[in-house]
Design a binder for this molecule. Structure first.
Ligand code: DGL
Length: 254
């Protein structure tokens, strides 16, 4: 039904999912990727859950109409709000959703204090509560919502003074205190240098992108759907401007 050469579709509310795309491309450079960012509707993370769900299902419908063998939901917010529905609507498709890398934090830093930076939607959804309760006996977890950060990354200002000014008061209570911060939103890895400066060099920053890429490869391999090239990348964005595509390419290059 699916062919090896079909696309791996990668979806995010905007440019953040590029932090997952770059891990996928590092691990599987020979694959064909179709990246879609819904920047016209970003941010998702401060919307009602029902809206995030509808936007995610609408984006998935468009992507599924193309030839794709897997969908990577490279957005913690969309995963929290809609992964269950996506799997119900597309039971035959490989659907991988990113979620905050709390397990990695618990495995590496048992007994320590860790933070999870994510959008308000991700932090309030039941899916996150379930994840949290698996690890509350292992480490003590601080929820750190960071409203406003996604917007700055969408404007190409991930490493700017504005980002520093937004995050400084938010992270001040955690300076030199946490063993790790889980970057639970795919936009945040692009602001990692600023976050690192503010929390201190001894705090590990954990990104779920590499684990999501490995999980995608495992699933494709299990289904005999790995493609051997030539690789390809198509980037599309609902904002309809060349600017957002150029920003994705810039973030991808690092
Ligand atoms: N990049 C998305 C995530 O991983 C959220 C961005 C948004 O709020 O739109 O949660």
């Amino acid at each position: 039904m699916f062919e090896k050469r079909d696309y791996i579709a990668v979806f995010d509310s905007g440019v953040g999912g590029v932090s997952v795309l770059r891990e996928l491309m590092k691990l599987m450079p020979q694959e064909r990727y179709l990246y879609f960012g819904d920047s016209a509707n970003a941010p998702y993370g401060t919307r009602p859950t029902s809206e995030v769900r509808s936007l995610t299902l609408a984006a998935a419908e468009k992507l599924m109409a193309r030839r794709c063998k897997a969908l990577v939901v490279a957005c913690n917010t969309a995963t929290a709000a809609a992964i269950k529905e996506l799997r119900e609507v597309y039971p035959d498709k490989i659907i991988i959703g990113i979620e905050p890398a709390l397990k990695v934090a618990a495995d590496h830093f048992p007994g320590k204090e860790v933070g999870v930076m994510a959008t308000p939607v991700t932090l309030r959804e039941e899916k996150f509560d379930i994840l949290l309760h698996r690890f509350t006996d292992v480490c003590s977890v601080h929820k750190i919502p960071a409203p406003g950060l996604v917007e700055l990354v969408e404007r190409g200002k991930a490493e700017s003074e504005e980002t520093e000014a937004l995050l400084a008061p938010l992270l001040a209570p955690y300076r030199d205190r946490l063993a790790a911060i889980v970057l639970g939103c795919t936009h945040y890895p692009f602001a990692a240098p600023v976050i690192q400066r503010l929390v201190g060099k001894n705090t590990a920053l954990l990104d779920g992108g590499p684990g999501t890429a490995r999980q995608t490869r495992r699933r494709l391999q299990a289904e005999g759907l790995l493609w051997n090239g030539p690789g390809e990348l198509l980037i599309e964005n609902s904002a309809g401007s060349d600017e957002m595509i150029a920003l994705c390419q810039k973030l991808l290059r690092g």
